[in-house]
Design a protein around this ligand. Sequence first.
Ligand code: OXD
Ligand code: MN
Length: 583
Amino acid sequence: MTTKLPALQEWVNSVARLTQPDDIYWCTGTDTEYAQLIEQMTADGTLRPLNQDGYPNCHLHLSNPTDVARVEHLTFICTKSEEEAGPNNNWMSPEAAHAKMDTLFEGAMRGRTLYVIPYCMGPIDSPYSRCGVEITDSAYVVANMKLMTRMGSAALLRIEKEGKFVKGLHSTGDLDPERRFIMHFPEELSIQSIGSGYGGNALLGKKCHALRIASYQARTEGWLAEHMLIVGVESPDGQTHYIACALPSACGKTNLAMLIPPESMPGWKIWTLGDDIAWLHLDDEGQLRAINPESGYFGVVPGTNEKTNKNAFDMIHHDTIFTNVARTADNKPWWEGKNIGEPAYDWQGKEYDSANGPAAHPNSRFTVAATNNPSYSELCEAPEGVPISALVFGGRRATVTPLVYEAKDWQHGVFIGASVGSKLTAAAVGEVGKIRRDPMAMLPFCGYNFGDYWEHWLSFEQRTNTLPKIFGVNWFRQDEDGNFLWPGFGENLRVLRWIIDRCENRVGATATPIGYLPEEDAIDTRDLDISAETMRVLTSVDVEHWTTENAHFAEYLDGYGKHVPQALREQQQRVARELEELQ
Ligand code: OXD
Ligand code: MN
């Protein structure tokens, strides 16, 4: 197969001239093609079939031990001006980046097959979707892209009709971290990635296209590309509210997107639209609508069990690619927190020895199609997406931030999103546990200057008067001994219920400088082992801590200089003033 679109054909030809592959293969996206790729990777050792009894059509990939997470220090935004990329990004000039990448890609595919993957981010017939083509020399990437995106012939047809697509070039290169770079050229709508096979660095539809390039494109086209899950919450009366929630990597987006309602909430149902990325558009009536550009999940495995996330636990029992988990003696996948079985081999394939650390890598992952999920929403393929009732921003904070609070208005909501801080997790190479500012959970993913991004968020207020309410959440408060104060997981539905009640103006709230907080007993704690005092701690403002937090945020804003919107400064000053009045 080739293509009728000259621009695409010429690009593929030019990449082939540079990278010198043995073969070129155009992906069609069929199940037969997927089966053949799996067979080929099983034969060459890239994949190991798992116990087909408990895990039919499940396979394990063990990566190079230096290639297990996103590499933010090697990820660049290559715009003409450095200011455009902003202090939130590493920047390189397009000329310097191209020169570096051309050298690295020269001959990189010798002895390999060049795969061409046409893909569509979002439902294939949605006006909100955008397409791309990834060229890669990794069959593992092709198989993952098949599970994660709408890829193959249907996407190619759309690309040929539109004539416009994001160009993504990827090679695993020699996996040497010294020769690993993830470059984005938003002005050219292109991505180049070399030296890594890890999801966020190599499945270019995901973070590179659907967040970094898309956020840039969204700014010029008037929409938002966000690091958010999308969940439908159906109440016993049959009404469904859709909520989009931003949380940093490995902070439970997948768990929240497919939670199981607690027993004390009979009749409630959860419908999953997405677990990682939301594209948000205003429709003709001014309603904010969301689509999930992806069609699969690339989720963190450790901690997944029947109690924490039964839907995920069930869906990864068939047709799943596992990366960097451990194995039991009878060849079943194993991970910390699975609560069944014992590890015999660790994530590097060696005999398990607890002295070598965890058996599964803390950032080990599953890749599955969204249709595997028992709470899959039929609206995943709806071209018009779903109407959003509430936007939620959260982080992983042991102190300071309450369980839930509501913004006073849109500007305050954007301020809440911008001021998110969170503990670093294993999803990126770095100092796990350290707190860092992660505005809108987009620090590693916003393709342009955060100051301009906040301005873009604020501009939505001028375009409609039916914007959703905005909330802040924190599931991760701890006591002095490190015990979590809130049980989390399925119990988070109790908090979502309060959020919905607020959207429907069904319950009151306590006004505080940081926003509206739940009144006493407003969050149902029936059947929970949680004291009234703990709930008070979780739903009140610690004035002293918050004053420090707010002052730190002012310093953080200073880093964005003249790009900081005045409205954010005013919000920060208002919160400071009102906190002071309480002291
Ligand atoms: C992810 C991430 O893989 O955020 O979703 O790192
Ligand atoms: Mn993510």
